[in-house]
Each structure stands twice: as structure tokens, then as C-alpha cells.
Design a binder for this molecule. Structure first.
Ligand code: F6R
Length: 261
């Protein structure tokens, strides 16, 4: 696991977008794993700038979202399908038909989860997975106690996550769904490269547990310690509880450019 402490999430966004650009140069039809929420916004903005000035094309790339709320009407603006279309697809040249998400409106939710796993497998798996992390340590919507081997399935959101996400529902926690479909931790671990972004003091404990805690389902992000290629991009506030921060700074300062993420 490589931990990079940066001045801002904007810098993190540039780095992550650079890694995606390198990947797409090598493999134009790469499979991107995309997250919703605040953390990846700087990545999507940086990708948008690269596409706009002709440095990058995502026209042949494919994308899979991490998760989706259950119980929101199909036309709700906070459905993650709608969020990813607004935050990412509208800014780049991705084909909307190449963007996949679990179907939170399905009658048969277990079948929708199984279909999503099959679609991921048929696409050849995720090349680069963008992640945020919840204040309670969740990745995707794998809340504390989630199986570290889990695959896409129905989960119940914690009260803490619903409070955190109320900001997307005009501050009304009662409007935040209780349930979601999410890629499991096992699904996320199958991605070939994981790039996690976290900013702000509220994420400091989750980042500490992810990087320096024991591997435990109580801090689901800690499972990433078992993944061979993880880049953790954090701002100073999110890094504020890292005991190894001086080491991570020294490592990043000495890293040659050609190595990339
Ligand atoms: C989003 C997702 C979540 C978020 C996490 C952090 O698709 O799966 O794990 O990444 O809740 O959210 P933000 O970035 O809004 O703080």
C-alpha cells in the first residue's frame, strides 16, 4: 500500500487522473471502477479537463459504479446512476451505454446483484477502482461487520452513514434510504489497482485504521492491506492520525516520476 500525503484533494485528483490516463493509453477499453460522493469529484474534474483539451479520450473505456441506493424512484437525482452521469459522464466522452450500475429498482434484488457480478466478470474485471472511505471505515457500502470475502449484495446503511449522506438530501436524514446494493469487499479486492481518496479531519480515524490498524471487518477499508496494488491519496487533515506520516512523506518525495502510481 502506497500512501501519498498531498496539500489538497485537487492535487490527489490530478494524480489519480494521470494514472487513469496512463492506463487508458495502454488499454483504451479499460474498465474503470467509479465511486460517487465528494472524494472522487476532483478526479472527475481533472479527467474532464484532459478530455476537453484533447489529452485523453475515454470513448472506448467502460465503467462500473460501486453501489446504488435501494428504494429511490428511478428518476430521483440522488440515485447513484444519476449522480455518476452528472459528476463523471457529462464531463468526459464516456459512452453512457458503457457505464454499468447495480439495479436498485429491481424486483428481484439478489438476481440484480448476481447479474452485476456476471457483468463485471464478462468485462474482464476492473482495471482501476476509485474509492472513497466512510467515516466509519466503509468502502463501497460495506459497513463495519461486512464479510471481507463478500460479493455484490444488499446491505443496510448504518445510522452514521445515513447522517453523513443527509447533505445530499437537503440535510434530511429521513430521506436517505436505509438499504443499498454494493459491490462486496471481495469484489473490490478483485480490481487490479485500487486508488482511494480521502480528505478532511472527519476521515482521519478511518484512514489511520485503513493503513495502520489491524485487518478487521470492523474497519472494512483495512482489507485493502491484503491487496497488492493500492494507492491511498490523502490531504493533510485526513493524514493527521497517521503515525507513519513522516515515512510516507519521505517515500513520496524520493519517488521517481517514471514509477507512476
Ligand atoms: C460511494 C461509496 C462510498 C463513499 C464514502 C465516502 O460510491 O461507495 O463508500 O466513497 O461514503 O463518501 P464521500 O466521498 O462523499 O465522503
Amino acid at each position: 500500500m502506497e500512501v501519498i500525503i498531498l496539500d489538497s484533494l485537487d492535487e490527489a485528483g490530478e494524480l489519480a487522473a494521470g494514472a487513469i490516463a496512463d492506463l487508458v493509453r495502454r488499454k483504451p477499453d479499460a474498465v474503470l471502477g467509479v465511486a460517487t460522493g465528494s472524494s472522487p469529484l476532483s478526479v472527475y474534474a481533472a479527467l474532464g479537463r484532459r478530455v476537453a483539451d484533447g489529452r485523453l479520450s475515454l470513448a472506448r473505456a467502460r465503467a462500473f459504479t460501486l453501489d446504488e441506493y435501494v428504494g429511490l424512484p428511478a428518476d430521483h437525482p440522488e440515485r447513484y446512476r444519476a449522480v455518476i452521469e452528472r459528476d463523471l459522464v457529462a464531463q468526459v466522452d464516456l459512452d453512457p451505454a458503457a457505464v454499468h450500475s447495480p439495479d436498485g429498482t429491481a424486483e428481484d434484488l439478489p438476481a440484480a446483484c448476481e447479474a452485476y457480478e456476471q457483468a463485471l466478470a464478462a468485462a474482464g474485471g476492473v482495471d482501476l477502482q476509485l474509492l472513497g472511505i466512510g467515516t466509519d471505515g466503509h468502502i463501497g457500502f460495506n459497513e463495519p461487520g461486512s464479510s471481507l470475502a463478500s460479493r455484490t449484495r444488499l446491505k443496510t446503511l448504518t445510522a452514521q452513514t445515513r447522517r453523513d449522506n443527509a447533505r445530499f438530501f437537503d440535510g434530511d436524514v429521513d430521506a436517505v434510504p436505509h438499504h443499498c446494493l454494493t459491490q462486496g469487499i471481495g469484489t473490490i479486492m478483485a480490481a487490479r489497482h485500487v486508488v482511494l481518496l480521502a480528505g478532511g479531519e472527519a476521515k482521519a480515524e478511518a484512514v489511520h485504521q485503513l493503513v495502520e490498524g489491524a485487518v478487521t471487518s470492523m474497519w472494512p477499508g483495512s482489507a485493502l492491506q491484503l491487496h497488492p496494488h493500492v494507492s491511498v491519496l490523502v490531504d493533510e487533515a485526513a493524514a493527521s492520525r497517521l503515525r507513519l506520516a513522516p515515512y510516507f512523506r519521505e517515500t513520496w518525495t524520493g519517488k521517481p516520476d517514471w514509477q507512476g502510481l
